[in-house]
Write a protein that binds this ligand. Structure first.
Ligand code: ANZ
Length: 830
């Protein structure tokens, strides 16, 4: 025993990694007559910090499934790449003056070394990098398809502009009107942006969720899309013939209870309708609202503010004159940016009416006849009509749904409204004023060029015709980034690319043109990378049809919950656009989705540098090896659960692998008599359990089952060779280096990567059936035959099916049930 070599992951692991790389063991190929599995990880952003322990969690899960499916005879595509554009690389470049391309490439090398050291079975020949010009070319190509379909358009959008930082900030980067970084004031500025019209796909993005095997993420996307069924209603304005305020409402039935109308501060009619006396007050209010984000404004708990415009709208249903207010609780970009306010039946309107002394008129009552007092609280449920009077006769007691239907029809007949479906989903602001992103492949004519006639000369005046966007010819793609020394955003909202004048301006047939200087957001590259993996080196098209047909759709997609909404929605959107173009042939790209849970620090807190609780996978690798790390991360608990790191746990996983090594390299026997019945049963049960658990992605319980088997084998005088070989195979998806090494030592040839997954004999995995006695109050009343491992509920049910037992229990209450599996059932009745 003592001179036997010990388990040495530091030797075994590099050895097998080299063999796999050399033999291209995991190169994905399709074979006629074989089924396929496309198993995908969310590819990482190669940050300067390197891999953290959260990465290997999901990556180990997909690797286990990939290795398992190969052994089950499937053709497996399991690729990896880099989502490599992004702000951190650019900020690093700004701080250090290093080109983002350089730091990005360094980071990619680090990530690749770290992932390789973990033994993931990726087909590295398919590696993609979203910043590679050969990739950017097709990202830009897809953008042009969107442009040609009218799905990419320009718009003046209010954005969070920070003059101090010289950049636009996301809503999440702004708090209380100040930038998160530095606390600088931000302004809401309308800025020309590229938009993608994802709302045109809102219905399909919502409906097709039904096709997917996704966790709660389906509900999250459904809510994010936020389909809202209602109506638009038009209000004429007193003294402004021809001007109508259009509101969106989900409660047409409350129209006769409207007591005022509200415009969002950015509504175009504010300026046109404001009375002379209110001009200053309204202008001041609108200016103040510019500093607030939509998130702040939508907060229901906020005190509502507003200003009376001094104009009145006419309620189409009863001719009542309603004051028109401007208030920032109405959001400019939702619905029509205007609402009819019904304080009796809407909480926000109620709070506002109370604050400003506006009338509260109830027109809906609870259907159960309950009395309500809308002075104190709005009644927001559906109910029945109450005291509704107007041009449309509606009897008291008519149900809300019917009132809605009839009112909408009546308004439509008068040309004053129509049924309308609205979405909370917004069109996607697709441009960034940044350097490190894909250039948007568009250019514009330049006119009125001043002295010298060359817009490249600083100080020259010119006009860029942004209203005439021209697509770059497909043959001229990719539009590459210009070389810059200074990556700072600068104070020009056109972004840093505007400074690269030689790149920006070019002449064609005597006319000057200016390239678009906005770049795409980081989301762009991840919208279609799963398609590029199919055919990563194709320079004629994004991927061939043959490659698509061979592998798509993605059978399993694993990644973090932080991507539950945006990435997954954007990628589905692009996929649907490509579907409509005939480029892809499935309506949805990702059939099954699983989110791994977050790994917390040992202190139960989120890992962070400032808390000093970050675990570095490189350190774990050095002390215990990749297989221990893999097994530990899968053994921590259910994959989807958030769970804390425990150093004692990694040591436990290491001990399991040590023991597995010792068992399989110790005393072995080929003597069939040594393969006793109990061992054989346990081996077959383990094969069944591990296989089923991998399929259900219950990796922790699969590992428990293997631990039980190893302990059992360790207790035998000699381990049956057959049992050890089967164990090496089932262990291998989890601890692939150790699996390979044991397999080799146990007489296996080549690699076990394509060795058939062991089968089990159904007769051997059936639980043994035993006969046990059934007592009622301690007296034997019958016997039953049940499997040893039956649950208490099963035992109870089988026992009660015994007529004599049933007779003694009948009419009495079972106070307690004593069940000892394999021994006895005792009903205590009284
Ligand atoms: C009148 C009314 C009466 C409303 C009532 C509700 C209850 P969802 O379900 O989210 O679509 N609304 C419409 N546009 C708005 C905007 N731009 N900013 C803020 N609020 C807006 O919500 C639709 C309801 O939100 C609409 O129905 C409107 O108020 C309000 F008893 O109209 B309702």
């Amino acid at each position: 025993m003592s001179d036997r070599p010990r388990y040495a992951p530091a030797e075994i692991e590099p050895k097998w990694q080299e063999i796999w790389a050399e033999r291209q063991t995991f190169r994905a190929e399709r074979h006629a007559g074989k089924a396929k599995k496309y198993i995908l990880d969310m590819f990482p952003y190669p940050s300067g910090a390197g891999l953290h322990v959260g990465h290997p969690e999901g990556y180990t899960a997909t690797d286990i499934v990939s290795r398992f499916e190969r052994m089950r005879g499937k053709d497996v595509l399991h690729p990896m790449g880099w989502d490599a554009f992004g702000l951190p690389a650019e900020q690093h470049a700004i701080r250090t003056g290093q080109h983002p391309r350089q730091t990005t490439q360094e980071n990619i090398r680090t990530f690749k070394r770290q992932l390789s050291a973990l033994g993931f079975s990726y087909d590295w020949s398919r590696e993609v990098d979203t910043t590679d010009p050969g990739y950017v070319r097709w990202t830009q190509w897809i953008f042009l398809q969107l442009f040609k379909k009218g799905l990419a358009f320009q718009s003046e959008v209010p954005v969070n502009w920070c003059p101090e930082l010289g950049t636009v900030l996301a809503n999440e980067e702004v708090e209380g009107g100040k930038s998160d970084i530095g606390g600088h004031p931000i302004e809401r500025l309308p800025l020309r942006q590229w938009m993608l019209e994802i709302t045109r796909y809102a219905d399909r993005l919502d409906a097709d969720l039904a096709l997917l095997d996704w966790p709660e993420t389906k509900a999250k996307q459904h809510n994010w899309i936020g389909r809202s069924v209602g109506a638009e209603i038009e209000f004429e304005v007193e003294g402004h013939p021809g001007k109508r305020i259009v509101v969106f409402t989900t409660r047409v039935d409350t129209l006769s209870g409207a007591t005022y109308v509200v415009l969002a501060p950015e509504h175009p009619l504010v300026e046109a309708l404001v009375s002379k006396g209110q001009q200053v007050a309204v202008a001041t209010y609108v200016e103040a609202a510019r500093l607030k984000t939509d998130i702040d404004r939508s907060d229901v708990t906020r005190t509502k503010t507003g200003v009376d415009l001094g104009a009145r709208a006419l309620n189409p249903i009863n001719g009542q004159k309603l004051p028109i207010w401007v208030a920032d609780y109405v959001i400019g970009t939702y619905g029509t940016g205007a609402v009819m306010a019904v304080p009796a039946h809407d909480e926000r309107d109620h709070a506002f009416a109370r604050a400003y002394g506006l009338p509260i008129v109830a027109v809906v009552a609870p259907a159960d006849g309950h009395a309500i007092d809308v002075r104190d609280e709005a009644f927001t449920d559906d109910g029945v009509a109450l005291g509704v009077s107007g041009h449309l006769a509606i009897a008291n007691g008519t149900k809300s749904a019917e009132v809605r239907e009839r009112t909408t029809a009546w308004l439509a007949g008068k040309g004053m409204g129509r049924a309308k479906v609205t979405y909370h989903l917004r069109d996607w602001v697709f441009s960034r004023q940044r350097y490190w992103g894909e250039p948007i492949p568009i250019y514009f004519p330049v006119e009125s060029i001043g002295t010298g006639g060359d817009p490249r000369v600083p100080g020259t005046d010119f006009t860029i015709r942004y209203d005439h966007p021209i697509a770059v010819e497909e043959a001229a793609l990719p539009v590459k980034l210009p070389e810059l020394d200074d990556f700072r955003p600068g104070n020009d909202p056109a972004g840093p690319l505007a400074r690269a004048r030689d790149w920006r301006f070019f002449q064609k047939d005597g006319t000057w043109f200016a390239r678009e200087t906005n770049t795409m957001p980081q989301w762009a590259g991840s919208c279609w990378y799963y398609l590029r993996f199919l055919d990563p080196k194709n320079d004629k098209e994004p991927f061939s049809k043959a490659a698509y047909d061979a592998w798509m759709p993605v059978d399993l997609y694993v990644g973090g919950t932080e991507h539950a909404v945006l990435h997954l929605l954007y990628a589905r959107f692009w996929h649907k656009v490509l579907f409509d173009l005939g480029v892809v042939s499935h309506p949805e790209p990702f059939i099954k989705l699983v989110h791994q849970g977050m790994i917390l620090g040992e202190d139960g807190q989120k890992m962070s540098k400032s808390r000093g609780n970050v675990i570095n996978p490189d350190d774990v690798l050095k002390t215990h090896g990749a297989d221990s790390l893999r097994v530990y991360e899968m053994f921590m608990g259910p994959l989807e659960q958030t769970k804390p790191w425990q150093t004692a746990g990694i040591e436990g996983s290491r001990r399991f692998l040590d023991r597995a090594w010792n068992v399989c390299t110790g005393e072995l026997t080929k003597d069939p008599a040594a393969y006793d019945d109990a061992t054989r049963r346990l081996v077959h049960k383990t094969v069944k359990k591990v296989g089923e658990d991998i399929e259900a992605m219950r990796f922790n319980t699969a590992i428990s089952a293997m631990m039980i088997l190893v302990r059992h084998l360790g207790g035998l005088p000699a381990v049956p060779l057959e049992a050890a070989r089967v164990f090496a195979l089932v262990l291998s998806p989890f601890a692939p280096h150790l699996g390979e090494e044991l397999w080799e030592k146990l007489g296996g040839t080549a690699s076990l990567a394509y060795e058939p997954w062991p089968s089990y004999d159904p007769a051997l995995v059936k639980d043994e059936v035993v006969e046990i006695g059934v007592q009622v109050n301690g007296k034997l009343r019958g016997t039953i035959s049940i499997p040893v491992a039956s649950s208490q509920d099963d035992a109870r049910a089988v026992a009660l099916a015994e007529p004599n037992v049933a007779a003694h229990v009948a009419g009495k209450t079972v106070r307690k049930l004593v069940y000892v599996p394999g021994k006895i059932v005792n009903f205590i009745v009284g």
